[in-house]
Structures are given as structure tokens and as C-alpha cells.
Design a protein around this ligand. Structure first.
Ligand code: NAP
Length: 293
């Protein structure tokens, strides 16, 4: 078991669930199989958000994981879907078929998904979003809840974190944190002592978040690394992670300053390969220590 800042994992890998139940991901059966594969291979960390797949990502996690206490679910609030999920159901089915058959349709959906959604940081919106998330997840408490992409100004003002803190005090959230899009927001989040978890984009070859990771390590804030294969550019097919995915997983999962590395996959084989790469790298990193012992 690895315990890095408040939650214990047997593997420092998490399943990124943004496409679970989405047009670019598997439907119910495929999603169930993917989660089962994750659990069978020792992955117990699942990253989701209220908006992913119009709420279907959280619903699927709730249905499959139920009230299991051996898993860590991390969700996010603060973004708003202009069209309610159920209204999109018929369109989603058709769009899923089109995206599976045509790379052009897939790229178009990936581009549409990458567009920013409206963000709302009022106490009433965030409190209601936490309640709705718990209902979809079928839990009385979610282990981690993050603000979903607030700017530095919202974090400096402190009210949005305060709303999560109130939900934490009433037992609805285990650890509170922030998922950031840029470095100024990351430093603003780290300046707030109530923030215990920070999710950051760690795209291949980019180093701008390294000072953030260093400060988080000093302050005992857990870092969740996301988009490690290229995020939207990988999903759209612009970047092909096949050639570097294993070494990327090995590189990141052996860093003790990262609590969790998210693997954003819908493919069971890719997930198994990521686990194998993490296990192999973990053994390699222990080898000199064992030799010295
Ligand atoms: N603002 C936020 O808070 C935010 C933003 C973005 C993402 N996230 C979180 O981070 C997670 C990961 O991000 P992401 O999915 O956007 O980006 P990502 O993990 O960098 O990339 C996903 C892409 O990499 C491919 N891939 C994954 N593992 C692979 C492997 N072993 N071999 C080959 N290809 C592989 C996937 O294809 P296959 O499906 O074919 O494997 C997919 O096309 C999301 O699911 C979400 O939970 C949060």
C-alpha cells in the first residue's frame, strides 16, 4: 500500500473516467468490463466529474463500485452542462456509432469536448452539485472532491473552497482539492491551507508545472497527474501514445512527488499495459535499495 497524503493505494495509478459512458467511450457493458479490469489489476483510484458523459461517468461508477470502501473516487464540481443529460440520450447513441466508425467524426467530437463549459462558483451551485454527484455515485461520502478548473482569482477569494470545506465538515467529502488548468491557479490553490489535493495537467515534454509539484511536495499536498499521454490531442488521434505510453507510465509512477498518475483509457489492453509498466518500474526502482539491504 502506498499512502501519499491522505489516501492509500496499492498502485499509484488511477483510471481517468472522462470517457466512461461518453460518445467517445464504451457504453454500459464496455464500461463495466473496463472497471472490472482496473479492479482485477489493483487499480482502486477512479477520476470523474459531474459533467463527464453528462453524468453517466459518475452513474456508471456508482452502479459498478456501489458502496465499496476499498476504492477512492475523485470527482469534480463547478462546471455546468447547458443541456441536461437525459435530453442528449438519443443524440449520444447515434454519435457514438458515428465516432466508432469514422475518424473524422471522432476528431469532431474530440474538438467539441475540448471546448470549455460555463463555470459557476457560487455556494448554492457547488453545494447542489456535490449532492447530485453523491446521488449519481450512490455514496454518502465521496473520498475526494475537487473544484473543476477555477481561475486563480476565484481561489484567492476563497469562497468556493469554503463551500467544499463545509461539505467536508458535514461528512460528504473526505479530502478537498482543486483541478487546475494553469500554473497561477495551481499556486493560488496551494496558498489555501484547506486544499489537500491538486490535480494538474502533465503533458509529455512540458515542465511548466514542476515548480508547482515541488511546492506541493513541501506542503504535503497530494498531486494527481492527468493528460500524461497528451490529453485531447491523444484522444483526437493527433498524438499516438502507443510508442511511449509504457515508458511514460514508468517515469511518472516512480516519482514519489506524484500521488496518482491518471491513465485516460477506454481500452482494457492499454490499461493492463499501463499496470504492467508501473509494476515493472516499481520493482526496478526498489532493486538498488534491496541490493543495499
Ligand atoms: N480539467 C480536468 O480536471 C481534466 C481535464 C482532462 C482530463 N482530466 C482527467 O484526466 C484523465 C486522463 O486525461 P485524458 O484521457 O484527457 O488524456 P490522456 O490520459 O493523456 O490520454 C488519453 C488518450 O491516450 C490513449 N491511451 C491511454 N493509455 C494508452 C496506452 N497504454 N497505450 C496507447 N494509448 C493509450 C487513449 O486511448 P485509448 O482509449 O484507446 O486507450 C486516449 O486516446 C481523464 O479521463 C480525466 O479523468 C481532467
Amino acid at each position: 500500500m502506498i499512502s501519499r497524503s491522505g489516501f492509500a493505494l496499492s498502485l499509484p495509478l488511477g483510471l481517468g473516467c472522462s470517457r466512461l459512458g461518453s460518445v467517445l467511450g464504451p457504453g454500459e457493458d464496455g464500461a463495466r468490463a473496463l472497471i472490472a479490469t482496473a479492479l482485477d489489476h489493483g487499480i482502486t483510484f477512479f477520476d470523474t466529474a459531474t459533467i463527464y458523459a453528462q453524468g453517466d461517468s459518475e452513474r456508471l461508477l456508482g452502479r459498478v463500485l456501489g458502496k465499496r470502501r476499498d476504492c477512492v473516487i475523485c470527482s469534480k464540481v463547478g462546471q455546468h452542462l447547458p443541456v441536461p443529460g437525459p435530453a442528449l440520450l438519443p443524440i449520444k447513441r447515434l454519435a457514438r456509432i458515428a465516432a466508432a466508425r469514422s475518424p473524422v467524426a471522432r476528431r469532431a467530437v474530440a474538438r467539441a469536448r475540448a471546448q470549455p463549459l460555463p463555470r459557476i462558483w457560487t455556494a448554492s451551485f457547488l453545494s447542489e452539485a456535490v449532492e447530485a454527484s453523491l446521488r449519481r455515485l450512490d455514496r454518502e461520502q465521496v473520498e475526494i472532491m475537487l473544484l473543476h478548473g477555477p481561475p486563480a482569482s476565484v481561489l484567492a477569494e476563497g469562497m468556493a473552497v469554503g463551500t467544499l470545506e463545509a461539505a467536508h465538515r458535514s461528512g460528504k467529502i473526505g479530502l478537498i482539492g482543486v483541478s487546475v488548468d494553469d500554473v497561477p491557479a495551481a499556486f493560488a490553490a496551494l496558498a489555501d491551507e484547506r486544499v489537500r489535493v491538486l490535480q494538474i495537467p502533465l503533458l509529455p515534454g512540458e515542465i511548466e508545472f514542476e515548480p508547482v509539484i515541488e511546492r506541493a511536495r513541501r506542503e504535503g499536498v497530494a498531486i494527481i497527474a492527468r493528460e500524461v499521454f497528451g490529453g485531447p490531442r491523444a484522444i483526437s488521434g493527433e498524438i499516438q501514445p502507443e510508442g511511449f505510453a509504457a515508458s511514460r507510465v514508468a517515469e511518472l509512477t516512480t516519482r514519489v512527488d506524484l500521488a496518482v498518475t491518471l491513465v485516460g483509457t477506454t481500452n482494457e489492453r492499454h490499461l493492463r499495459e499501463a499496470v504492467a509498466a508501473a509494476l515493472c518500474a516499481g520493482e526496478d526502482s526498489l532493486r538498488p535499495a534491496r541490493a543495499r539491504a
